[in-house]
Design a protein around this ligand. Structure first.
Ligand code: MG
Length: 358
């Protein structure tokens, strides 16, 4: 009788979606090869079923081309669909349906995918790892990002990054050699270099990559424009440092098209549309012998904690974004001596801070 009653309640209980736009404020203006910004617009979602709440985030840096307005419109459409369903429906089927609502809106899809994984795991009383049948990740070292700035500010940022054992250097200007020399005068930590499509001359790019390999640079992220395929292939073949795709690879279907373009992929939830596809992308990279980097779009602790759940599967982890902001409204994964530690308990483990009241 009790079981039938519980089943009946489960059947009638529906999901409710709440949406909250927010502006994440950087500690220092964040400079990359194409622009500098002081804030990142983001949209948080909360999916509630009964007493359980799943949280997610759509992080929207302008260069991705997804706006807050587009994202809110997509989420409202998705909310109409979700209010007629509940967690008795297969998560895979529900994510397929949400994906088909739009050909774009990968960040909005990521917000819902994260919140749904969180909610489904919580309803089952399981951690994310238990729910997915994966091993919970032990603490992993993340790189800490140093945005493009003047020499004095760069020095200040390197000091602030003291606890991190790997630095990710944003590059892609005419001064890249001087920048690496400056950093090498301050620290001998291993470096990831992210060019954000800033190089265009293949001969110079190959020479720089060869020089950087002598400077303790471990990887070179998106050195050339997504349109420069032939040049990128040549650089990847001749660079002693592995080249990693970021802007060139968004979703799963981009990986089979790689064909020697890069040696690895920086997978991000805001590009992939969420955790489910990020996991498929990791498997596809392993199958194609590509290196796996897990990164983020300068997200809060909400989406960063979600991606950190997969960090045990990566070769390189770049999930430092919450440390770049002054007003992160979420808690979740924490940083200890440069390593990310996952929260314990049910679900993904990201939670709104009391002052955020979400
Ligand atoms: Mg990048």
């Amino acid at each position: 009788m009790l079981t039938r009653l519980t089943m009946a309640i489960a059947y009638f209980r529906k999901m409710q979606l709440r949406i909250r736009p927010y502006s994440l404020q950087f500690k220092h203006p964040f400079g990359v090869s194409s622009n500098t910004r002081r804030e990142t617009p983001t949209v948080f979602v909360c999916l509630q079923e009964g007493e359980h709440k799943g949280y997610g985030e759509a992080c929207l840096p302008a260069y991705l081309g997804e706006t807050t307005g587009d994202t809110l419109a997509f989420l409202e459409k998705a909310g109409t669909l979700l209010q007629h369903t509940n967690t008795s429906v297969s998560l895979d089927a529900l994510l397929d349906e949400l994906d088909q609502l739009s050909i774009a809106n990968n960040a909005g899809k990521a917000a819902l995918d994260i919140a749904l994984h969180d909610l489904y795991a919580k309803v089952k009383g399981q951690s994310f790892a238990e729910f997915m049948g994966i091993k919970a990740a032990m603490p992993v070292a993340t790189s800490f990002t140093i945005g493009i700035d003047n020499a004095e500010k760069t020095r200040e940022k390197i000091e602030e990054a003291a606890e991190f054992s790997i630095l990710k250097i944003k590059a892609g200007t005419a001064n890249d050699r001087a920048l690496i020399e400056l950093i090498r005068s301050l620290t001998n930590k291993p470096l990831y270099v992210d060019v954000n499509q800033g190089w265009s001359n293949t001969t110079e790019a190959i020479a720089l990559a060869q020089w950087m390999s002598q400077q303790g640079v471990l990887l070179l992220e998106q050195p050339m424009s997504v349109d420069n395929k032939d040049e990128m292939r040549l650089l990847s073949a001749q660079s002693p440092i592995p080249t990693i795709a970021d802007e060139s690879v968004k979703r799963l279907h981009d990986i089979p098209k790689m064909d020697g373009l890069f040696k690895g992929v920086n997978i991000k939830l805001m590009k992939s549309g969420g955790l489910r596809e990020a996991m498929k992308m990791i498997s596809a990279c392993r199958k194609d012998n590509l290196l796996v980097m897990l990164g983020c779009m300068a997200e809060s602790s909400c989406a960063t904690t979600a991606m950190a759940q997969l960090m045990g599967m990566a070769d390189f982890v770049d999930l430092d974004a919450p440390r770049l902001y002054t007003n992160d409204p979420f808690g979740g994964a924490t940083y200890h001596q440069g390593k990310i530690k996952l929260p314990t308990g049910i679900g993904i483990g990201a939670f709104p801070l009391p002052q955020f009241d979400f």
